[in-house]
Design a protein around this ligand. Structure first.
Ligand code: URA
Length: 247
């Protein structure tokens, strides 16, 4: 398999980050520096990162569901010193967030050391559904605004794809999108005249936030991880969501 995928599968970094690491000359194969992420390797190739052996299965691959509270950032570290989602989970593994939520957005975010899975879940071509609950200002949300959100709206970075939008209260929408543009829900709502006051992600692919408490986390079962791995195709065929709350 390609060296970048090998590193990602070994839990070193996401596939994209692994490509950077390789290009920066930190990886050797059989003692020689390799800067080509596409170089073919296997478990017997003596791959090392910064001199330390790396191998498939060298680190157990894990996925956690985390309920991100407001004020916590979803980057691995923050120049402003705010707490990070990664710091909410004590784990011997080097975890990183799958995608991003704004600092003031709450709800379900996944942490993993499985670079290949993270790639599948965040790459636009896999179209994983994410559902957000948005409390909005600007008065009750009327039909024309709902129709526009469902159809797609013209943002500065292009039209949004059709979305599923359910008005669960006059000022509260559940919006399901499969894109992951920056501040997308806030910008979509603003576009139809409703500023988002509170935003929570309540579903990621087949997983529901459920009753996981703010700041809480739990490790996903092997079955849930396999559901996630198939999430791209499942969400397009209407796969059944599973609760992310502890049983
Ligand atoms: N859309 C937003 O506007 N913010 C988020 O954090 C996630 C989706």
């Amino acid at each position: 398999m390609r060296l970048a995928k090998f590193l990602a599968n070994s839990g070193v970094a996401s596939r994209r980050a692994a490509e950077q690491i390789i290009r920066s000359g930190r990886v050797t194969v059989a003692g020689a520096v390799v800067t080509d992420p596409a170089r073919e390797v296997d478990a017997g190739s003596a791959v090392r990162l910064d001199g330390r052996p790396v191998g498939e299965g060298a680190q157990e691959l894990v996925v956690y569901a985390v309920h991100k509270p407001a004020g916590v950032v979803s980057t691995a570290s923050d120049p402003q010193g705010r707490p990070t989602v990664v710091s909410l989970v004590e784990s011997g593994q080097r975890l990183y967030p799958v995608g991003r939520l704004d600092a003031d957005t709450t709800g379900l975010i996944l942490l993993t050391n499985d670079g290949d899975l993270a790639h599948r879940l965040t790459h636009p071509s896999f179209e994983v559904d994410k559902t957000y609950r948005a409390v909005v200002g600007g008065g009750p949300v009327r039909e024309p605004a709902l129709r526009a959100l469902r159809h797609g709206v013209a943002l500065e970075d292009g039209m949004t794809a059709p979305a599923r939008v359910v008005r669960i209260r006059p000022d509260t929408l559940e919006i399901t999108i499969h894109e992951g543009r920056k501040r997308q829900i806030k910008r979509m709502c603003q576009h139809v005249g409703h500023r988002v006051i509170r935003l929570e992600r309540v579903r990621f692919g087949p997983l529901l936030l459920g009753d996981l408490p703010p700041g809480g986390h739990r490790r996903l079962s092997a079955n849930e991880v396999s559901l996630l791995r198939n999430a791209g195709s499942a969400s397009r065929t209407g796969g059944t969501p599973r609760g992310a709350s502890p049983a």
